[in-house]
Design a binder for this molecule. Structure first.
Ligand code: 9D3
Length: 229
């Protein structure tokens, strides 16, 4: 997979891309992630990328010129057609199902904005879909783009170590996870449940299923009634 990111703050991405599974996936050649600064495609003495909204109102709007030129540049870096995604507060809520769908693509172009939003002609002209990562206000699309990259890359075949991928198989089941314990057996007067020390693997599996269900009912009842995803 190739992922291009268009952003005004490419440096924000560097640290998250240098760790753990995303780092390893790049080293293994499972994904190539390229960062492009939209400001490199701005013109004039001030390299302006934003301007006042027509019709008035607060804040500034991302100008179409630099985003289009940046987009056409990254598109020319590789011949495959790409899914084009704008990170915006009004996008479709991101989900595990969307992550799985995107992980099947050969190429993604993610565009992270700042200010009040993108000039509408960017979305229309680029044929972009829009994704939000949830109903809270961020200061820009960069963290949202990183969330999408993180969730997508770990689904690429070979990205997870054997242990992680086995785990994933058994528990991507729409339920919350059962409670986990490790050593010591007693910590600050709190004891590991006896059943986990019993060595009875059938009983343990049954206990974990019950715990997962009970927790889901208590903490996330919405997961039990939802039919899509
Ligand atoms: C006052 C109206 N605001 C819309 C909710 C303006 C506004 C706030 C924050 C416009 C853009 C932003 C920056 N946010 C994103 O670019 C963003 C975002 C988010 O804020 N929440 C969840 N997902 C995303 S994806 C991109």
């Amino acid at each position: 997979m190739r992922i291009d990111v268009l952003t005004l703050f490419p440096e924000m991405f560097e640290s998250p891309l240098r760790y753990s599974i995303v780092k390893r996936a790049q080293e293994q050649g499972l994904v190539e992630i390229a960062l492009t600064n939209i400001r490199d495609f701005a013109i004039g003495e001030y390299r302006k990328v934003d301007d006042k909204p027509y019709g008035g109102g607060p804040g500034m709007v991302m100008m179409p010129g630099p985003v289009f030129d940046g987009f056409e540049h990254v598109q020319s870096l590789s011949p495959e057609p790409a899914r084009v995604i704008l990170l915006t507060p009004q996008g479709t809520p991101f989900s595990q199902a969307k992550a799985a769908e995107l992980s099947e693509q050969d190429r993604l172009i993610l565009i992270a904005g700042r200010y009040e939003g993108f000039d509408e002609r960017i979305r229309i002209g680029l044929g972009a879909e829009q994704i939000s990562i949830g109903d809270y206000v961020l200061n820009g699309g960069e963290l949202a783009a990183m969330v999408v990259i993180d969730a997508v890359v770990r689904l690429l075949p070979g990205a997870l170590g054997d242990e992680d991928s086995a785990r994933d198989d058994s528990f991507s089941n729409g339920l919350l996870e059962y409670p986990h314990y490790t050593r010591p057996e007693v910590f600050r007067d709190m004891k590991v449940p006896d059943i986990l020390l019993s060595g009875d693997h059938g009983k343990i599996a049954q206990w974990r299923r019950e715990q997962a269900l009970e927790r889901t009912r208590r903490l996330r009842p919405d997961l039990l009634t939802r039919t899509e995803e």
